[in-house]
Ligand binder design. Structure first.
Ligand code: 5GP
Length: 116
């Protein structure tokens, strides 16, 4: 089932693309949750993090390395940034094509809910 992100990969809908290579595309989130909010998406289809096979760790590694490189290039390496992968309902996932959020540009505070 193609998602909105597949349509962005195929250039069927516009996006503010900041990085692309053979395996990964990255574009600005349409509803940013930080001054910099970029989504890193594999070009191969994986609905969630659960769907990445154990013998394909490079799928996730490529997203993380691309995000870290972009963050460093944009000058956030020293101040810091956050990467997040939401998975399924409790994780807050709304688009079912694997993606990694890069959030940067301000102190991001804590996240999650209190345990217990
Ligand atoms: P999730 O909640 O699945 O982890 O994250 C999905 C993200 O995709 C959300 O932060 C949402 O704002 C973003 N998003 C949803 N639709 C679009 C779109 O059409 N274009 C862009 N650039 N981002 C989108």
């Amino acid at each position: 089932m193609p998602t909105i992100f597949h349509k962005i990969i195929r250039r069927e809908i516009p996006a503010d693309i900041v990085f692309e290579d053979e395996h990964v595309i990255a574009f600005r989130d349409i509803a940013p949750q930080a001054p910099v909010h970029v989504l890193f998406v594999p070009k191969d289809t994986y609905a969630t993090l659960n769907d990445v096979p154990a013998d394909r760790p490079e799928v996730v590694g490529r997203l993380a390395v691309a995000a870290a490189r972009y963050a460093r290039e944009q000058g956030f390496g020293e101040d810091g940034y956050r990467i997040v992968v939401n998975c399924n309902g409790d994780g807050g996932q709304t688009v079912f094509q694997l993606h990694l959020h890069l959030l940067a540009g301000a102190p991001l505070g804590r996240f999650g809910v209190a345990a217990g």
